[in-house]
Design a protein around this ligand. Sequence first.
Ligand SMILES: Nc1ncnc2c1ncn2[C@@H]1O[C@H](COP(=O)(O)OP(=O)(O)OP(=O)(O)O)[C@@H](O)[C@H]1O
Ligand SMILES: [Mg+2]
Length: 224
Amino acid sequence: MSEAILKTVNVTRRFPVAGSEDFVAVNGVSLEIPRGCLAILKGRSGSGKTTLMNMLGALDFPSDGQIFFCGEDITKWSEAKREMLRREKIGFVFQSVSLIPMMSAYENVEFALRMAGIKKNRKERCEECLKLVGLGGRMHHMPQEMSGGEQQRVAIARAMAHRPGIIFADEPTAELDSATAVNVINLFREMVEKENVTIVMTTHDTSLMGAGDVVFELEDGRLL
Ligand SMILES: Nc1ncnc2c1ncn2[C@@H]1O[C@H](COP(=O)(O)OP(=O)(O)OP(=O)(O)O)[C@@H](O)[C@H]1O
Ligand SMILES: [Mg+2]
């Protein structure tokens, strides 16, 4: 039984609302995500998926509760240490594509490697990741010269290039057609199996749930 890569204990996130009580977006969530799995976070719009994921990925702090990454409580870490964690150990894929527009597909992936402080074999790794997402023939295209689905695949290559222990993907398939969405999920499965990375993704798409090793469902901020 492998240790959980991520564990939350009673995580709550409240947002202040002008002229009324705080809004509780995530409410007392305790969960464990095993290492080397594809975990799916599902739930209706507004159920708290992005809010929870932002805390899991050290982009936001819980109002209450603890988050353990490889057994360490990251809510107690300094911002500098959390930033190092994000750069070196975590990969992010956001719903709306966030490539740097002045950089080619290749340069976008290479930039992530530089940010993570990786000096060796950068070229080989960039090419390997872009080939893995099926873009071996588009490496030197600029973002605006690629389709939305291709840009999303560059974002996936960028998220995995520095071999993070965990990748967070928020609705990575929302803007893709169903065939491309299935390709992305198959790619995630392949990454989990070949690179032993842990992937946490959110989705609305019920047809994709079967691909997850674990599925967590949120309703009004609570885990079902
Ligand atoms: N900064 C904020 N201030 C106040 N309320 C917020 C803030 N961020 C999110 N919320 C509220 O918290 C709830 C959860 O939002 P969240 O973005 O986590 O939902 P979600 O499950 O990701 O939804 P979707 O599927 O639409 O992306 C929503 O009702 C939202 O309005
Ligand atoms: Mg969301």
